[in-house]
Design a protein around this ligand. Structure first.
Ligand SMILES: *Cc1c(COP(=O)(O)O)cnc(C)c1O
Length: 385
């Protein structure tokens, strides 16, 4: 208990003068108000406008991706990315149980079912060995496509996630999936600013998805983006996100069931201002992580999660790994009743009522981490830097 008290006292020194310290608060210190105001003055507040195009350009430049399509939120982006990847009703999509519910919900929206494989203890993302083991046991190739021997269903995609901004072993995952003709859609919702060997996350799969929700590293209020280096997939995504309207000067002709998933200009205006500050934001996130690192070096029974194999990490949510579930409960109880917001990781997706019947591999690492993880305040602000 002493180390828990010490930790909470330390967190209060990082965020002084706050009665309640949130997990992750957005910071608006640039041109946000100015661009919103421009946006309103222009009357282009909805899904057409210069900020949408500009925001897409800025994200493309930062991530090095060739094509980007801004959407209403990350969940919609993930849903549309799966549709564009060709995921159909009754297909199966491989994913990890340690993730936010949006990952599996997006899979379900297509009519497909998630299948769970384990995560790695070193980066909390999908474990390539676990993926390979599952495919070796259950995959069967028929006419160039991968089928699940147990269910007879087509395995059409794989959705690994870069947990709390730590990149998973994405190169290995893509390589394994390629051998089975399974498309990879990277759930990079949490990893804007995280790179693997100098390539931004979201660039490795056929498509990648970012979220700009209020609690993420960069926010547009609500928003998301599909990233891809494939022109055809990009065009399809943009087309479907704008109601599948065939371009014409005045006629409303739609040739398939599209979606209204385009990001409004007013959200993109916030995004442009946030993008201008992104490098500085990431620098501050890293500095905050390093402060925690120095502190937790002297605390014996609480581990600060890190993956030293990756240098360019966004440190979205700072993560602790407690010694066991009861230590985690005590930590959550003490911190939250003392004005410091902390949260456990999500309950494993395979335990949620909608997903209990989904097929799964061995999930030992997911269970280990889910029992022990706690996220602690990770905001950057004028005060702490
Ligand atoms: C935030 C998040 C999403 C969804 O993004 P929204 O913008 O909130 O819809 C999807 N997957 C993961 C892993 C996330 O953390």
């Amino acid at each position: 208990m002493l180390s828990v008290k010490k930790t909470i006292e330390f967190i209060k020194t990082i965020f002084p003068g706050e009665d309640f310290i949130p997990l992750h608060a957005p910071v608006f210190s640039g041109n946000e108000k100015k661009y919103i105001s421009n946006c309103i003055d222009s009357t282009f507040v909805s899904s057409v406008g210069k900020y949408v195009d500009q925001f897409e350009e800025m994200v493309k430049e930062f991530t090095g991706v060739k094509y980007a399509v801004a959407t209403t939120n990350g969940t919609a982006a993930l849903h549309l990315a799966l549709v564009v990847a060709g995921v159909k009703k009754d297909d199966e999509v491989l994913t990890q149980a340690l993730s936010f519910v949006a990952t599996t919900n997006a899979i379900k929206y297509t009519g497909a079912n998630p299948v769970f494989v384990d995560v790695s203890r070193t980066n909390m993302g999908m474990c390539p060995d676990s993926l390979q083991l599952f495919l070796t046991e259950f995959a069967e190739m028929k006419g160039g496509d991968c089928y699940n021997k147990l269910t007879g269903k087509k395995i059409s995609a794989c959705v690994p996630m870069h947990t709390f901004g730590f990149p998973c072993d994405i190169k290995k995952i893509v390589e394994i999936c390629a051998a089975y003709n399974i498309l990879v859609v990277e759930d990079a919702a949490e990893s804007l600013g995280s790179f693997v060997e100098n390539i931004h996350t979201g660039n490795f799969g056929a498509l990648g998805v970012i979220s700009f929700n209020g609690n993420k590293v960069l926010t547009t209020g609500g928003g998301g983006m599909i990233l891809t280096n494939n022109k055809e997939l990009a065009e399809k995504a943009k087309y479907l996100s704008t109601t599948a309207k065939v371009p014409h000067k005045w006629e409303y002709f739609h040739d398939e069931v599209g979606y209204n998933y385009r990001m409004p200009n007013i959200n993109a205006a916030i995004g442009c201002a946030q993008m201008e500050g992104l490098v500085e934001t990431l620098k501050k996130k890293k500095e905050l992580f390093e402060k925690y690192e120095v502190f937790f070096d002297q605390i014996s029974n609480i581990n600060l999660f890190n993956d030293p194999s990756n240098e360019l990490v966004n440190y979205w949510l700072i993560t602790l790994v407690l010694s066991d579930k009861s230590a985690r409960e005590k930590f959550l109880e003490y911190s939250n009743s003392n004005g410091v917001m902390t949260r456990p990781s999500w309950q494993l997706l395979n335990t949620l009522p909608m997903y209990v019947n989904c097929q799964k591999g061995n999930l030992d690492n997911s269970e280990y981490l889910s029992d022990r993880i706690v996220n602690i305040p990770s905001s950057i602000s004028k005060e702490n830097n």
